[in-house]
Design a protein around this ligand. Structure first.
Ligand SMILES: Nc1ncnc2c1ncn2[C@@H]1O[C@H](COP(=O)(O)OP(=O)(O)O)[C@@H](O)[C@H]1O
Ligand SMILES: N[C@@H](CCOP(=O)(O)O)C(=O)O
Length: 321
């Protein structure tokens, strides 16, 4: 459960009194997520999500995230909408943290995605990339290649506690990624964390996307590589080509990859695996005392990284070249 910051009842009632959301009926910590503190908020006006932003979210980035959710919704992408208080502000403070109330989305996340879910995701991701055009704010990717070594270096000595060979593979990978990372691929607004828990389905259709708190401006194909890592491996962390092909084909029906993106894809996939391996590794070693959180296993991404190191082109992911 991700609740790092506990909210005191009296403080919550006072916070809620600044909104037109009626009376508090219940507020429960949410048993999912790892980044922020989230609560299901039920008031006499309906259901909402209360988020208190934690360590990885810079307060100065919140206008980008909140504005992006409004921009995307205006372009037809279903995502949570920030609720404004009586002063017209979406961003407030609660329990000493920046806090926002957003609308509740119906739907459920799929824990074991099948190819049909990957295809739906590919289409939704391409729509998201196209819908981001015209969003006026900019946020660089704070967790791109330049951030990975500084993340790993202070914790490198403990890598052996998590997996044999982890330190060696990460260090070799960082050398390659830093030398070869492409800088001029087509880009725009990307989600950057579109894992299955951030995509809601109703039946076979996507009902909405959540958790835009890593969104930034970066290469579109990198976002696709993140999704391939998160959606297209089986329970044993083996690559599942039917899922990968379903994702990549559905994406390309709306936004075909350029030659440069195709060529860079295996490297981007290694980069995406490295990025999640590293944040999981650091979080695994540093669970805050008293926090209700289930840290995610970094070894799942070590297995993915090992697979990507065997791939040199899209044929390695099952696509006909
Ligand atoms: N707008 C929303 N509507 C419905 N459920 C939500 C919404 N936002 C978050 N949730 C629930 O809260 C969980 C954690 O949210 P998430 O944004 O992924 O947290 P974190 O940023 O901590 O990873 C989600 O898995 C989902 O169950
Ligand atoms: N998706 C990341 C962790 C970020 O958590 P989320 O709940 O915001 O998706 C991972 O799996 O490592």
């Amino acid at each position: 459960m991700a609740v790092y910051t506990q909210v005191d009842d009296a403080e919550l009632i006072a916070f809620l009194a600044t909104y037109d959301l009626g009376d508090l009926l219940s507020c429960k910590g949410i048993a999912e997520g790892v980044e922020n503190s989230n609560y299901f908020l039920h008031t006499s006006a309906g259901s909402f999500i209360l988020t208190l932003y934690e360590k990885r979210v810079a307060e100065s980035d919140l206008p980008f995230f909140l504005g992006l959710m409004e921009h995307l919704a205006a372009q037809g992408v279903t995502c949570p909408q920030p609720v404004r208080n009586r002063q017209g502000a979406a961003l407030g403070r609660l329990a000493g943290r920046p806090a926002v109330i957003v609308t509740f989305l119906d739907g459920y996340s799929v824990h074991h995605p099948e190819p049909l879910h990957c295809a739906a995701l590919g289409e939704a991701l391409a729509r998201l990339h196209l819908a981001g055009a015209g969003f006026p704010l900019h946020r660089a990717n704070a967790l791109s290649v330049g951030a990975w070594r500084p993340l790993f270096a202070p914790a490198a000595d403990r890598a052996g506690e998590v997996a044999a060979g982890l330190r060696e593979i990460v260090e070799a990978q960082l050398d390659e990624l830093e030398a070869d990372w492409p800088r001029d691929l087509p880009g725009g607004v990307i989600h950057a964390d579109l894992f299955p828990d951030n995509v809601f389905f109703l039946g076979e259709r996507i009902s909405g996307l959540i958790d835009f708190y890593f969104a930034c401006v970066d290469a579109f194909a990198y976002d696709l590589a993140i999704c391939l890592n998160a959606w297209c491996f089986d329970e044993q962390h083996n690559y599942a080509p039917q899922k990968g092909v379903a994702l990549l084909d559905a994406y390309q029906r709306l936004r075909p990859l350029t030659r440069a993106e195709v060529d860079a894809f295996p490297l981007l996939a290694r980069g995406a695996a490295t990025r999640f391996l590293l944040t999981r590794y650091v979080d695994w070693l540093n669970v805050p005392e008293g926090a209700l959180v289930r840290p995610k296993d970094p070894r799942e991404y070590l297995a993915r990284l090992r697979f990507h190191r065997t791939v040199s082109d899209l044929a390695g992911y099952g696509l006909a070249l």
